[in-house]
Design a protein around this ligand. Structure first.
Ligand code: ADP
Length: 580
């Protein structure tokens, strides 16, 4: 989503905010404890102010003033730190619950979500954005109750001295509140700019850091340097304005505070000279009035921080509110058997349709090659069979079963899918190979799978064996090695249906032959569908389907297709030329 839209969206944030907290959910018991401790703190604070006022007024009686003053002050310190502790605990709970909620959702979101949103943003959604929300909850929303209560107690106390004195407070406090409000609005605007500049800078640097190989091979270091510097300059300019405003707001607050003190003292003095309140009450009044003003202005500052955190709320809500893939709805797959049929399938990634009423039949127990020009939708067919994207219309069946009736998780586990990207985790070889396999896997099983993928010798050469750490995304392996391990992973699963998307493209000729010989042996009698571009690989198929312009243009057994289909003939000629 456009960053500007996220940051500028102002409405609906409250609703989203509360809905998220409801779903997270809130640690209600701890929050109630916090509210209780805050209420106690208010009462102890009132007593402490009253005792100190009596001391200032000259009443230094040890038993009735000094000792209670010391005790109450001590108690107030203790309750104050207890309140800080409970607040921290509440925040930690809210943080954990929110992160858990976002993460659970994030792993279940459909691929579409990650294609239309920057996947890297997920990191900050799970970490910083959730922290901002938990802080807000404990700084802005829960304090509505605690601050409301302490305001009520302080006003009632002042009115017990003189009710007119209480009303005077409504004249005293607004000045500071107004100044805080104006500064808060300014802060909001500036921090919004800072946030946007930081987000752009982070995304820009992350993008470039991922593309160092491309930058080097294209020799575009200078251009990238300049583009990075532009982003840094924007962030610098926004930061400068923010520093200026911060420096300015300190003295403005101080002047407003000083004016407020003068007004409070003058009002109190008026009541005192008129004999309506005692000296101790005047001093206590001063204490309560400043306390009240500080509480309200402090609260207003936190309130403006809610506005600047709308972006965080919106970003997290976007994850939480996107419908996820329900991996558990439906019936679990027990056995899959029969051919795969795409019936009247309509599908598009974006606006432009890719398949309009596509019919295609993949025979059971055979090896089928999907061929066709680049962009004709071969990989998409595999993605649709694996149910990675929802169909707009039509259905996909395996045997007599509509695949849509199976739970996604069990259905996908029943298929082995080796995607083009050769996805590997930053873990050990063993962790990568056994990913998603529920039965126990012995080293012999691993050996057999790796042997089948022609990578066992490599494993044997490693002192760590299967405990070799492969680095982020399998970075310590070559492209060909990664491909062999992903094939080994698929073989280890022993699926009844195997989908391979250019799974041997990065291998040399002998490597391809070896892998295909093992696939033929180990998947004998099972259904294999693969996408390939070269005739050498396509020769491993029993059956060939040519896909073009979103339609299955031709299909038939290998020998007939290779001998007569124009696309296959062209492909063979092309491969022959490349080999020659
Ligand atoms: P093939 O495997 O035949 O080369 P694909 O199935 O990969 O073709 O892609 C078919 C069309 O769909 C192409 O035009 C491609 O650009 C588009 N496409 C593929 N994947 C995506 C995606 N994730 N988002 C948007 N468009 C896509």
């Amino acid at each position: 989503m456009d960053q500007d839209k996220v940051f500028r969206k102002k409405y609906g944030s409250f609703r989203r905010f509360f809905r998220m907290l409801w779903k997270a959910p809130l640690p209600i018991l701890w929050i109630l404890v916090y509210i209780g401790v805050s209420f106690a703190l208010t009462h102890v604070g009132v007593s402490a102010t009253e005792y100190s006022a009596r001391l200032f007024a000259g009443d230094v009686d040890a038993v009735s003033v000094v000792i209670p003053f010391l005790l109450v002050t001590l108690l107030s310190l203790l309750i104050g730190s207890a309140s800080g502790l409970v607040n921290g605990i509440c925040r930690a709970f809210i943080n954990r619950n929110l992160r858990r909620m976002v993460w659970r959702k994030a792993v279940r979101l459909p691929l579409f979500f990650y294609e239309s949103n920057e996947p890297k943003q997920l990191i900050s959604r799970v970490t910083t954005d959730t922290t901002v929300i938990s802080q807000l909850t404990m700084q802005v929303f829960v304090p509505l109750i605690t601050m409301g209560y302490s305001t009520f107690v302080l006003l009632r106390k002042v009115s017990s001295y003189d009710s007119a004195l209480m009303w005077s407070l409504f004249a005293v406090i607004p000045l500071n509140v107004l100044i805080s409000f104006i500064l808060g609005r300014l802060h909001f605007g500036v921090s919004d700019r800072v946030n946007r500049a930081t987000a752009e800078l982070t995304a820009g640097i992350a993008e470039r850091a991922n593309q160092t190989l491309l930058i080097k091979t294209m020799g575009t270091e200078e251009k990238e340097c300049k583009q990075g510097e532009v982003l840094m300059e924007q962030s610098f300019a926004a930061g400068k304005t923010s520093v200026l405003l911060n420096q300015l707001s300190g003295p403005v607050h101080a002047i407003a505070g000083a004016l407020q003190v003068v007004v409070i003292i003058l009002v109190g003095r008026g009541f005192y000279s008129a004999g309506r309140i005692s000296l101790a009450e005047w001093i206590a009044y001063y204490g309560f009035a400043t306390q009240l003003a500080n509480t309200i202005t402090g609260y207003l500052n936190d309130w403006t921080s809610f506005k600047s955190a709308q972006g965080a709320t919106d970003r997290v809500a976007q994850v939480v509110d996107t419908p996820d893939e329900n991996t558990r709805e439906g019936v679990p797959v027990t056995t899959l058997s029969g051919g795969i049929r795409l019936e009247d399938v309509c599908f598009s990634y974006g606006e432009a349709p890719l398949f309009e009423h596509l019919d295609l039949e993949i025979p059971a127990g055979k090896i089928t090659a999907l061929v066709g020009p680049s962009g004709s939708g071969k990989s998409t067919v595999l993605n649709l069979i694996d149910r990675l994207y929802p169909l707009r219309e039509g259905r996909i069946t395996v045997g007599a079963d509509d695949t849509a009736r199976f739970t996604l998780a069990s259905y996908r586990r029943a298929l082995g899918y080796v995607t083009q990207e050769c996805v590997m985790y930053a873990g050990t070889l063993r962790e990568n190979l056994t990913q998603g396999i529920e039965r126990s896997v012995t080293d012999e099983d691993l050996d057999r799978a790796c042997e089948g993928a022609g990578i066992l010798d490599f494993v044997r050469m490693q002192p760590e064996g299967y405990d070799l750490a492969v680095g982020e995304g399998g970075a310590s392996l070559s492209g060909g090695q990664r491909q062999r391990f992903t094939v080994a992973r698929a073989l280890l699963r022993q699926p009844d249906y195997l989908l391979l998307d250019e799974a041997t493209a990065a291998m040399d000729i002998e490597g391809k032959d070896l892998v295909w010989t093992s696939i033929r042996q180990r998947m004998a009698g099972k259904t294999v569908v693969f996408v390939a571009h070269d005739a050498q690989t396509v020769r491993n198929a029993d059956y060939i389907i040519v896909l073009r312009d979103g339609k299955a243009e031709a299909a038939g057994d290998r020998d007939t297709m290779l001998a007569s289909n124009p696309y296959c003939l062209e492909m063979m000629e092309q491969t022959g030329k490349e080999a020659g």
